[in-house]
Ligand binder design. Structure first.
Ligand SMILES: NC(=O)c1ccc[n+]([C@@H]2O[C@H](COP(=O)([O-])OP(=O)(O)OC[C@H]3O[C@@H](n4cnc5c(N)ncnc54)[C@H](OP(=O)(O)O)[C@@H]3O)[C@@H](O)[C@H]2O)c1
Length: 124
């Protein structure tokens, strides 16, 4: 379904499924705001790919497990939207950022469980 001229926010858009979503949303005519956690180089490549598709794009660093960082992110996004779209509104939010932990229950520490909960539940 084509959704031209909308703005989408995708968390974890620098790699994997999130990157695919970013590029497909851009191919359908959407402007993109996305986040990365640790790899700015990959994020910058995705920004370039979206710009080459003729859509607007910006990437922000955000650790979704750290809720204290959300206010800064939200302010950055609002300022960007106001400047580039004329309003702080956006159309889609894809909560994609996350990690996979591959191990048995007996090998998984309490700290790892806390990390998974913070990223995939509390952060969202
Ligand atoms: N691939 C699968 O088969 C599969 C199956 C079930 C569910 N999922 C879920 O689908 C989502 C995407 O999976 P994927 O395989 O595409 O993952 P991926 O290739 O490992 O990419 C993960 C993305 O999330 C970002 N990220 C990781 N930890 C983060 C954090 N704490 N805060 C903010 N961003 C963070 C990464 O940024 P950096 O690279 O900058 O760190 C990257 O952009 C995940 O939530 C995953 O759990 C995937």
């Amino acid at each position: 379904m084509a959704t031209t001229n909308k703005t989408a926010i995708v968390t974890g858009g620098s790699r994997g499924l999130g990157r695919d979503m970013v590029l497909n949303l851009a191919k359908n005519g959407n402007n993109i705001i996305f986040t990365y956690n640790s790899n700015k180089t990959e994020a910058d490549k995705v920004v370039s790919e979206v710009l080459a598709l003729g859509q607007k794009a910006i990437a922000y660093q955000l650790d979704v497990s750290n809720i204290k960082g959300f206010d800064t992110f939200s302010n950055q996004v609002s300022e960007y939207l106001l400047e580039h779209e004329g309003s702080t509104n956006f159309d889609f939010l894809v909560n994609n950022a996350g990690v996979g932990i591959y191990g048995s229950v007996t090998d998984t520490s309490e700290e790892t469980i806390d990390t998974l909960m913070n990223i995939h539940f509390k952060g969202v």
